[in-house]
Design a protein. Structure first.
Length: 413
């Protein structure tokens, strides 16, 4: 029970100091160290380690990385960013466009999808307008986390709750309870970012210019792939609502959507070679380490001692936000969901679990997979990064505000 927890603590410490002085490690390297440590110590067997890797997540990310890389290499992302942000004449309006655009889109296309596609866009905007990339990268991280709260398909843990919580009409339930507080939290995020980056928000007026498409053939195939993503997610939503027995996996969405690029592009090998492989390594390592921590029974023993108090909103938010940092939000939901069901939870408790486990991503870097995707992608593309403490400095007060807003709305409305 003790060794996996010790390794997890060391992983957190290494991530927190990885940008201090000459100490330079990538997040994926730290997580790989953690996975190797529990494997070599015998805390998890090789067979259990292999079983722990969620291939659905890995293949979903692979497919989306292919689409994101092709969109970027073709020049289409840079080209279309002009249309999306041309009305933003200042950093204030640019951040608001980013928060609400990425936030609302993540509710439909899933937060990880927006993290993959959005990272090269914000890096381009930062470079063109001489804005600190940290402001826009943080805005993207927080936007896709907050925005995904209000939809049962906004992220994997919400989908798990919608499918396993016995919620009738999950789309209407999520929107009824979470739409308004989510919009308020996006506004709150803007003011908190402005508070911590006062100097950046005093920058000159922004003048946009149209970027040319670099490869028209790859751009056309990339747009087909993006259209397939939207079409298949829309189909999945319809099936979940009307014909749940005919549902299909997120992996199918990503891999089928990537097919135009993988089968018909002359640059397919270049695209695949340059996707963010280090992030895929991170997720494989994370699954192994978190499975070892899970198998230790440490957190299950803690939760098992609380009994009926597990149904209280403060307990749901507290457990969700804190434990999601250690075992990730999907395993946390997998652990907590049956406990809530057995205790007789209703829709409010289930959406509180969705809100708490999702908004936990704003607290620390490891609280959400989308944070890791954004930061790893930024590091590999341009060398830009956000340290553990830079993220926490803004993320901790933001999370406290977010949790308070959701608690007020679930408690009194």
């Amino acid at each position: 029970m003790i060794f996996p927890m010790l390794v997890l603590v060391i992983v957190f410490l290494l991530i927190s100091v990885r940008g201090a002085g000459r100490f330079r490690l990538s997040i994926w390297q730290v997580m790989l160290f953690g996975a190797l440590a529990v494997l070599l110590s015998g805390s998890i067997s090789p067979s259990s380690a292999v079983e722990s890797v969620d291939l659905d997540v890995i293949f979903f990310l692979f497919g989306m990385f292919v689409i994101g890389e092709a969109l970027d290499r073709s020049g289409y992302l840079a080209h279309v960013s002009y249309r999306l942000f041309k009305r933003a004449g200042s950093l204030d309006s640019l951040v608001l466009f980013l928060l609400f655009g990425a936030g609302l889109a993540s509710a439909l296309l899933m937060n990880d999808t927006l993290a993959i596609i959005g990272t090269p866009v914000v890096l381009l905007l930062a470079r063109k307008h001489c804005i600190s990339p940290k402001v826009l990268l943080l805005a993207l991280c927080f936007a896709v986390t907050i925005g995904s709260v209000m939809s049962p398909i906004g992220n994997p843990q919400n989908l798990l709750i919608a499918m396993g919580g016995g919620i009738d009409e999950p789309f209407s339930v999520f929107l009824r309870h979470l739409l308004v507080p989510t919009l308020i939290n996006l506004v709150a995020c803007f003011f908190i970012l402005k508070l911590f980056f006062k100097q950046e928000f005093r920058c000159d007026l922004i003048k946009h210019s149209q970027e040319p498409i670099l490869d028209h053939d790859l751009s056309r195939l990339s747009r087909y792939s993006l259209a397939l993503v939207v079409l298949m997610i829309s189909l999945k939503v319809a099936l979940v609502v009307f014909f749940p027995e005919f549902d299909f996996s997120l992996t199918a969405i990503a891999l089928v959507s990537a097919c135009p690029i993988l089968f018909f592009s002359r640059r397919r090998f270049e695209v695949v070679r340059n996707i963010d492989w280090s992030t895929l390594v991170f997720f494989v390592a994370m699954f192994i380490l978190m499975r070892s921590v899970w198998d230790s029974g440490f957190f299950q023993a803690i939760l098992g001692g609380y009994g009926g108090s597990l149904l209280s909103l403060p307990m749901i938010f507290g457990v969700s936000v804190v434990l999601s940092q250690f075992i990730s939000n999907v395993p946390l939901v997998a652990l907590y969901l049956p406990m809530l069901s057995q205790a007789g939870a209703g829709p409010k408790e289930f959406v509180a679990l969705a809100a708490g486990s999702t908004i936990a991503g704003n607290l620390l870097i490891l609280g959400a997979a989308s944070n890791v995707i954004v930061i790893q992608n930024a590091e590999s593309r341009s060398g830009e990064t956000i340290t553990f403490w830079e993220f926490a400095k803004v993320g901790v007060p933001l999370t406290l505000v977010n949790v308070f807003v959701y608690w007020v709305f679930l408690r009194f409305f």
